[in-house]
Design a protein around this ligand. Structure first.
Ligand code: UTP
Length: 232
């Protein structure tokens, strides 16, 4: 199966967690050795945000701030690439990522261009490589009805459709501080692509493995026609 794994910078890089990066490298290798093709996208975490802050203090325009964050994400992509024993470069475009995938059956990239997030990069890659599954390894257990940090009655959803998730985002739009678990631009691409996405807690890479094995974990986001039971 062709899988896209989006590893949150919040998970492996905030602060940098070499033990976890090592565990992810082992997981990616295991997946490839068991016959999967693995497209990985990593973010830049707090270091990327620190560079955004610094460049903003230097009055650099937003595009320049984004480029710095992209370079930081590429640095983490390179770290994982080298740990995997692959070439010492990181793809800078979807085409380069696909070439690497064809050659090594595994590819790791960071950001693509200013004005987007690595969620969107992962969604584009899923679309272009016709992947069957996108996994987002993040710092929450899945999608909640409300911000779980602020609301004790927030309920984790086991399943949701893209359509209902978009509605949930609209409802929460004006509530300051709600962390959008999936970038709305990425959501739109994935909805059109009819790909299944699973959001899991990335602090334990086993959760990614479980999602691939179709075990009950995190939140499954499905295109409308593929969902048998709805919980939201
Ligand atoms: P992300 O918010 O996607 O990274 O990108 P992350 O660290 O993995 O985030 P979590 O773990 O989901 O919280 C960080 C920033 O990098 C720039 C944007 O400024 C974005 O907010 N970026 C990233 C781009 O400009 N283009 C890209 O293709 C990717």
């Amino acid at each position: 199966m062709r899988i896209v794994i989006r590893i949150g910078g919040s998970v492996i890089a905030s602060p940098v967690n070499p033990r976890l990066i090592n565990q992810y490298s082992k997981l990616l290798e295991r997946l490839r050795n068991s016959g999967h093709e693995v497209v990985t996208v990593v973010g830049g975490g707090t270091l990327a945000r620190e560079f955004i802050r610094i460049s903003s203090q230097l009055d650099l325009v937003e595009e320049a701030q984004d480029w710095l964050a992209i370079h930081v994400s590429r640095l983490f992509a390179l770290l994982l690439t080298l740990k995997l024993g692959l070439d010492n470069t990181v793809p800078h475009s979807i085409e380069e990522a696909i070439k690497r995938l064809e050659k090594d059956r595994i590819t790791v990239m960071g950001g693509l261009k200013p004005g987007m997030t690595t969620d969107t990069v992962a969604a584009y890659l899923a679309q272009k490589t016709e992947a069957q599954l996108l996994l987002k390894a993040t710092n929450q257990d899945g999608v909640y009805t409300k911000d779980p940090v602020k609301h004790k009655d927030a309920k984790k959803l086991d399943n949701i459709t893209y359509h209902k998730l978009a509605k949930l985002f609209e409802q929460n739009h004006h509530k300051a501080g709600i962390h959008q678990i999936l970038d709305p631009v990425a959501l739109e691409i994935l909805q059109k692509t009819h790909i299944k996405t699973v959001i899991v807690n990335g602090y334990d890479p086993q959760n990614v493995q479980k999602a691939i094995e179709n075990q009950k974990i995190g939140t499954v986001i499905s295109p409308e026609q593929n969902l048998n039971k709805s919980t939201a």
